[in-house]
Design a protein around this ligand. Structure first.
Ligand SMILES: *Cc1c(COP(=O)(O)O)cnc(C)c1O
Length: 397
């Protein structure tokens, strides 16, 4: 065990926890976290097997339920988000699915912000609604709209802040008050900020969701997700869905994410530094109609971003003049940036949301969420900023 660090989390700072929390050494005393690629664990006796399965004794028995490598990632992320419990999942979508299945039942209702990850919208409206769960969508930053959309059977308020792709924010403490005065849980998808820039649980949220695929990995290698919150809702109800429903993380992926967490703070700072430079540069280009980045002083929620985030994030979206034709021209003229939908990578990526990540949404919903045909999303990586700007300049004419 690493100097019993996970028993004394509150004595250590973020960067220390990111590197050491959750690590229990095996008898070999390895310095680096080991990868336990085993599907099951051996018992000393039939009595021990029965006690582990029955929950009378702590310990590992089957990797769908728990595994030392997965547990290390879970405990480390819980320490960083300052939550009691964390469950790791096969993907970010699996984290959202497990949360919904763990908390809701048929007849319940959810209010969600409108501009969320496209696949989350599809999960809610195409699949969850089939099982008798109702959804209403509201403008993320409009607190009155949230209040008005709540019904007697509403159980969850779900929000992504900042939102994808246009980096809109909601005031988390205010939304938490609304949730709690209506007996609802506030669920925040913290994918864009990560705990390095924003800690929703400390601001009153009940559950934090992650797509670990993005910044937690940080180098675009593995799919994974996580749910963080208190030990009853996350540690029992949502963990129970994992144990039974099987959307578990693989030990190898858990190891990659664990190592990713060690550099999370450094990487997020570097992403933020490059992103503000790119946003300011784009703002000066004649071919650009609008830039969305919370770090810009003309972003409508710049002050809120300064208050609830410790950095503005690595996602910059912008609208080019001339709609889809010119947006595609910018994308097709890049030689360096990766044309791909992933984000949070050291490699900068460029996406046309209206025809990819948000292509399954109706035109009406795209209009409401400002996903216009000229919109481009850049996940600003860690290459030299001058090279990133030069690459975008090729098509910005
Ligand atoms: C990518 C993403 C997800 C889904 O995560 P996967 O790991 O791709 O399943 C959920 N929310 C946000 C904000 C995302 O960017």
């Amino acid at each position: 065990m690493d100097k019993k660090i996970d028993k004394q989390n509150n004595e250590f700072e973020f960067d220390t926890l990111a590197i050491r929390a959750g690590h229990h050494r095996s008898d070999y005393q390895e310095n680096t976290e080991a990868i336990f690629t085993t599907s099951s664990f051996v018992f000393k006796s039939a009595e021990e097997a029965a006690a582990r399965f029955g929950g009378d004794e702590d310990g590992f028995f089957y990797s769908r339920v728990s595994n030392p490598t997965i547990k290390c990632f879970q405990d480390r992320l819980a320490a960083l988000e300052e939550g009691e419990a964390c469950v790791a999942t096969a993907s970010g979508m699996a984290a959202i699915l497990a949360t919904m299945l763990g908390v809701l039942k048929a007849g319940d209702h959810v209010v969600s912000s409108r501009s969320i990850f496209g696949t989350s919208t599809v999960l809610f409206t195409k699949y969850m609604e089939k099982f008798g769960i109702g959804f209403d969508f509201v403008e993320l930053s409009d607190l009155n709209a949230w209040k008005q959309a709540i019904k007697p059977n509403t159980r969850i308020l779900f929000a992504e802040t900042p939102s994808n792709p246009i980096t809109e924010l909601v005031d988390i403490p205010e939304l938490a008050n609304i949730a709690h005065s209506n007996n609802c849980l506030l669920v925040i998808d913290n994918c864009f900020c990560t705990p390095a820039l924003q800690k929703p649980l400390k601001m009153g949220a009940d559950i934090v969701i992650h797509s670990a695929t993005k910044y937690l990995d940080g180098q675009g290698r593995c799919l994974g997700g996580a749910v963080v919150g208190n030990s009853k809702i996350v540690g029992e109800d949502i963990a129970g869905v994992l144990r039974t429903g099987g959307v578990a993380m693989s030990p190898f992926n858990a190891w990659v994410f664990t190592k990713g967490l060690e550099t999370l703070n450094l990487r997020m700072k570097a992403h933020c530094e490059n992103a503000i430079k790119l946003a300011e540069w784009l703002n000066e280009q004649d071919a650009v109609e609008h830039v969305y980045y919370p770090g810009l002083k003309d972003h409508p929620q710049h002050e809120l971003a300064k208050k609830q985030q410790s950095g503005f994030g690595g996602i910059v979206s912008f609208v080019v003049k001339g709609g889809k034709e010119n947006a595609w021209k910018v994308i097709n003229n890049t030689q360096l940036l990766s044309i791909t939908a992933n984000l949070g990578d050291t490699k900068s990526t460029i996406t046309h949301p209206a025809s990819t990540t948000h292509g399954r949404l109706s035109q009406e919903l795209r209009d409401e969420t400002q996903i216009s045909d000229g919109l481009i999303r850049v996940s600003v990586g860690l290459e030299d900023i001058q090279d990133i700007q030069n690459d975008l300049a090729r098509g910005l004419i």
